[in-house]
Design a protein around this ligand. Structure first.
Ligand code: ATP
Ligand code: MG
Length: 483
C-alpha cells in the first residue's frame, strides 16, 4: 500500500525511512517555511511531521497554509517515549493523527488506509455533480435528467420565487417529496429553520399541541408551557408531512391559521403571528380524500393553488432516471466502506432488470436495492445476481414481463432463463455473456452444463424467441447462489 507523494518535515532518518516505505515520491523540508513551499508545489497526499515541532507549529502551519494545502492530512510522528499525552493536543490543533513510534509501520498503514478512503469519498463528492441537472438539484442532491424531474425542478423554482403560501407537494411514497420541500426551503430562505412533522405519527391531541404548542395546565399532563413547531419555524419552513392523515377538526384549525396568519397555543388566549412557509405533502390523492369526506374541501382548495408533483419512478416520463439514480446510489453509498470506490458500475443486465421493475416504493426502494447489491457483490460490477427485489414489493400494475407474472418462483429456473437470455443476446459468445451476467467464464460453462442449455433447443423452446435482440431479464426474487 502506498501514497503518491509524501512530504517529511523532519531531519530524522527514521522518519524519512518511514516515508520512503509508503510514498512513491518523498520530499523533505527542514522548517515550516520550507514545508509551506514544498507542499504548495508538490500537492502531496500526506505530511509526516516530527513531533519535536510541537502542536504550536502545526497550528501555525495550518494558519499559513493556502486553500489547497490546508486539506493535506498531517500525521505527527512521536519517538516512542513518554509523549502520548501530546497526541490529543496535536489532533486539536489540526493534525489528522498521531503515530506514537517511528517504528509502528502497522499503525501508519491503518492511517494511510483511512486517508485513502476519505480522499475517495471527497473525490466522489466532486464527481457526483454530474448526476444533477442544474445548480438547484445539486444543492439538494436531487438526481435526474428526465422530463418529469426537470418539470418538477422548474415548478419548485417558480413557487419558491413567488409568495405562494401554503405549498402542496404530491407524489407516491419515496418519490422525493421531502427533498422537494427542502429545495423550496433552500431557495426561499436557506438560513432559516426547516421543521417537519408527520401528521400520521401522532394522535389528534398530541399533533395539535406539537403544531401550536400549549400553555401550562391546559390539559392533564401539561405541566409546563410548550412552544409549537409553527412558532419554532419562525420565518422558515414548516413541513406538514402526510397532511391527508390530519384529523378533520385540526384541518379546520389549520385552515384558519392559513387565512389569518396567526394562531393560539392550546389553552392560550394570545394570538401569535405565523410567518413560516407552510408546505403540506401527501402521497394520497387529496381529491379522492375530499370525495370520501376524509379531507376538507376548503382546505384542499387553499392548498392546491400550484401543486408541485413528483412522478412515480415507473412512469414513462421518469423511468430514464433509474439508470442514473442506480449509479448515483452506487457511488455515494457508505454502507460498505471497505468496498468504497471498488464497485464502479452495474452490468447491462442488472440495469435492465432495474428498469423493468415497477418500483412501488419509488426512489427509496431503488436506493435500498442498490445498498443490498453493494453488500452482496464480490466483483467490481453489480451483476444481476446481486440484485434482490423483495417479492412483496412487486406491484399489482405490471406490464406482463415483470416478476409477478412468473408463476414458477424456482431460483434455478430463473437462473437458467437468464443465462440462456444472456447467451442469446451475445450470439452465444460465452466471454461476453459471462461479463453481462457478472460471473466468470468458468462459472458460465459450469452452469450451461448444469442446466443443460443448448443453443438450438433453447431457441426452439424459448418463450422469448421473438425478442431477438431485446433481452428481457427479470429481477430475481433471491440473489443467486454464489458462483
Ligand atoms: N431525485 C432524487 N435523487 C436522489 N435521491 C432521491 C431522489 N428522490 C428521492 N431520493 C431519496 O429517496 C429517499 C426518499 O425520498 P423522500 O423522503 O424525499 O420521499 P417522500 O416522497 O417524502 O417519501 P414518503 O412519502 O415515504 O415520505 C430519500 O433517501 C431521498 O434522499
Ligand atoms: Mg416524506
Amino acid at each position: 500500500m502506498s501514497l503518491r507523494r509524501i512530504v517529511v518535515v523532519s531531519k530524522d532518518p527514521e522518519v524519512q525511512q518511514l516515508a520512503q516505505e509508503y510514498g512513491q515520491e518523498v520530499f523533505g523540508a527542514d522548517n515550516l517555511a520550507d514545508a509551506l513551499d514544498v507542499v504548495q508545489t508538490v500537492n502531496p497526499d500526506l505530511m509526516l511531521f516530527d513531533h519535536r515541532f510541537g502542536p504550536r507549529h502545526i497550528h501555525e502551519f495550518r494558519n499559513r497554509a493556502d486553500k489547497n494545502s490546508i486539506d493535506v492530512p498531517i500525521v505527527v510522528v512521536g519517538d516512542g517515549d513518554n509523549n502520548n499525552d501530546l497526541s490529543t493536543e496535536f489532533i486539536q490543533t489540526g493534525a489528522y493523527d498521531y503515530l506514537k513510534s517511528r517504528q509502528d509501520y502497522a499503525q501508519l498503514e491503518q492511517i494511510i488506509n483511512r486517508i485513502k478512503i476519505k480522499s475517495k469519498i471527497s473525490h466522489s463528492e466532486q464527481t457526483t455533480r454530474r448526476f444533477f441537472a442544474e445548480d438547484l438539484a445539486d444543492s439538494v442532491s436531487m438526481v435526474g435528467c428526465s422530463k418529469a424531474i426537470l418539470n418538477t425542478l422548474k415548478m419548485i423554482k417558480l413557487v419558491a420565487a413567488s409568495r405562494c403560501n401554503p405549498i402542496l407537494i404530491v407524489g407516491e411514497t419515496g418519490t422525493g417529496k421531502e427533498l422537494a420541500a427542502k429545495a423550496i426551503h433552500t431557495l426561499r430562505h436557506p438560513n432559516e429553520q426547516f421543521v417537519a412533522v408527520n401528521c400520521a405519527a401522532l394522535t389528534a391531541n398530541l399533533l395539535e399541541s406539537e403544531l401550536f404548542g400549549h400553555v401550562k395546565g391546559s390539559f392533564t399532563g401539561a405541566d409546563r408551557e410548550k412552544t409549537g413547531l409553527m412558532e419554532l419555524a419562525q420565518s422558515g419552513t414548516l413541513l406538514l408531512d402526510e397532511i391527508s392523515e390530519m384529523p378533520i377538526n385540526l384541518q379546520a384549525k389549520l385552515l384558519r391559521v392559513l387565512q389569518e396568519k396567526s394562531f393560539r397555543k392550546v389553552g392560550g388566549i394570545k394570538n401569535i403571528a405565523c410567518s413560516a412557509t407552510i408546505i403540506a405533502s401527501s402521497n394520497r390523492d387529496l381529491n379522492n380524500e375530499v370525495k370520501a369526506n376524509r379531507f376538507r374541501r376548503d382546505l384542499y382548495y387553499r392548498l392546491n393553488i400550484s401543486p408541485v408533483t413528483l412522478a412515480p419512478l415507473r412512469s414513462q416520463e421518469r423511468r430514464q432516471d433509474i439508470r442514473l439514480l442506480a449509479q448515483y446510489f452506487l457511488e455515494t453509498s457508505i454502507i460498505c466502506p471497505q468496498k468504497c470506490g471498488k464497485i464502479t458500475s452495474l452490468t447491462e443486465l442488472a440495469i435492465e432488470a432495474l428498469e423493468r421493475h415497477d418500483w412501488p416504493g419509488n426512489v427509496r426502494e431503488l436506493s435500498n436495492v442498490i445498498e443490498r447489491a453493494i453488500l452482496l457483490e464480490t466483483t467490481d460490477k453489480i451483476g444481476l445476481n446481486a440484485i434482490y427485489i423483495d417479492p412483496t414489493q412487486w406491484s399489482e400494475v405490471s406490464d406482463g414481463l415483470t416478476p409477478k407474472h412468473i408463476k414458477d418462483f424456482s431460483l434455478a429456473k430463473a437462473e437458467r432463463e437468464l443465462i440462456a437470455r444472456a447467451l442469446q443476446k451475445t450470439g452465444w459468445q460465452k466471454t461476453r455473456a459471462a461479463a453481462l451476467l457478472g460471473i466468470t467464464r468458468a462459472t458460465l460453462y459450469a452452469k450451461v452444463k448444469q442446466y443443460d442449455i443448448e443453443k438450438d433447443s433453447y431457441i426452439a423452446n424459448s418463450p422469448v424467441k421473438q425478442e431477438q435482440n431485446e433481452v428481457s431479464a427479470s429481477p430475481l426474487s433471491q440473489p443467486a447462489a454464489a458462483p
